[in-house]
Design a binder for this molecule. Structure first.
Ligand SMILES: [Zn+2]
Length: 410
């Protein structure tokens, strides 16, 4: 055996940016701006779209060690005991259990769900090229700016009046009484997705002509959003109908967050966010994308969960973190074992000390600058800095001018 050198418990990373066409352009993209702050080889081009910066150990768009360029994945594999810890090795597959990202969204992402573990395992076996892992992918999104999103289902009481409009009745399954169930909504979603392109166009036109007061409670925003969505994906995309008729439309402010469970329907519409998810890249798409990128409508409809049935159900509250000594840090705790998300907001001259976790942490400075004392060393933090922090490591953040940090922890 070769002698092992001591592994640093805390080290800086660089992320990788991707270029999906829904991303913001050039310097307007926060993902690109943050990426450029620490990756000197990354040049922002004015005409390119920059959608996401990833900074986990997933093989796509992987994080690398800042000073050596080594893949985070390789470093973790060589030092599992120290860098991942017992809990992750025993219960969470012995890999970084989460995947953090920054998203800069200019237009709607595909209308999507992330399949549960059982279905993901099946799909991965059958089609490993398109389903690149057997894991589920519940996710959270924390707003860094105004963030518009379609997420989960409206209350049935807001949907039913819409489908009493003459041009929408055709989608209601035969024999449906006034008492709708989630099974009714599943069938409606399926038929909306399968509607002929001409029908999609006709329904949208009819909605535009309908007086707002006839749309039922809390649906008056629908005609306002139709031109915008049609402008983005054309008048024939069925995503527009499913999103507007059946899903909650939410406008979040910085610090607000949502949780999307496995099989939960969502389509992010605009804004900059920190996103974090279980370590997976599996997705089923059904709209807001070219027809060739859509998965089977039947598989999509069959897989849907109806867990979230109001906008409030989708919100993920933040609370003061018990790990925070000075009380400047809140925690978002999604109902899943893979991660929590900490958010520190330090004013000028403030500091916070974060108690150790029993798994790995990955942090990004989302604004401001300061220092971090961790593992016996002091590190400079500036906007865009990304750091890996090993289990059982206390960190102290300090700033003269103010600083905001988001940190995923196990
Ligand atoms: Zn998603």
């Amino acid at each position: 055996m070769t002698a092992t050198t001591t592994t640093a418990r805390v080290f800086q990373l660089t992320g990788s940016c991707n270029n999906y066409p829904w991303g913001k352009k050039g310097r307007d993209s926060l993902a690109a701006q943050l990426c450029a702050k620490t990756d000197k080889s990354f040049q922002i081009k004015d005409d390119d779209f920059y959608s996401e910066m990833w900074f986990g150990d997933y093989p796509d768009f992987p994080a690398k060690k800042f000073d050596t360029g080594e893949l985070l994945k390789d470093i973790l594999e060589k030092n599992k005991e120290t860098l991942l810890g017992k809990k992750v090795i025993q219960n969470l597959d012995g890999q970084l259990p989460y995947l953090p990202k920054i998203l800069s969204i200019a237009k709607a992402l595909p209308l999507q769900i992330h399949p549960n573990k059982e279905l993901a395992t099946k799909l991965h076996k059958k089609d490993p090229e398109n389903f690149t892992d057997p894991n589920h992918k519940p996710e959270i999104a924390v707003a860094l700016s105004k963030f518009e999103v379609f997420a989960g289902w409206k209350p049935l009481s807001h949907i039913v009046p819409l489908f009493q409009l003459s041009f929408l009745r055709q989608f209601v399954p035969a024999g449906t009484t006034d008492t709708w169930t989630d099974a009714t909504l599943r069938e409606i979603t399926r038929s909306l997705l399968k509607a002929e392109e001409g029908t999609v166009q006709f329904i949208a036109q009819s909605l535009l002509k309908t007086p707002k007061e006839d749309l039922g409670p809390k649906n008056d925003y629908i005609p306002d959003l139709i031109p915008r969505l049609q402008d983005q994906y054309g008048p024939k995309d069925p995503g527009t109908l499913v999103a507007l008729l059946c899903m909650n439309f939410m406008v979040l402010q910085p610090g607000d967050a949502i949780y999307i469970p496995a099989d939960g329907i969502h389509a992010y519409l605009s804004g900059d966010i920190v996103e974090c998810m279980a370590r997976s890249n599996n997705v089923l798409n059904a709209g807001f994308c070219p027809p060739a990128d859509r998965n089977s409508y039947d598989l999509f409809a069959e897989t849907l969960t109806f867990e979230g049935h109001t906008a409030a159900d989708m919100l993920l509250p933040s609370n003061k973190s018990e790990k925070s000594k000075e009380g400047h840090t809140v925690v978002y705790k999604p109902p899943m074992s893979e991660f929590d998300m900490l958010k520190a907001d330090l004013g000028a001259g403030e500091s916070d000390e974060i108690a150790p976790s029993d798994g790995p942490g990955v942090l990004i400075v989302t604004s401001g600058q300061g220092t971090m004392l961790a593992g016996g060393k002091t590190f400079d933090l500036k906007e865009g800095s990304i750091f890996f922090v090993a289990p059982d490591t206390t960190v102290v953040w300090k700033t003269d001018k103010g600083m905001q940090i988001h940190m995923a922890v196990v």
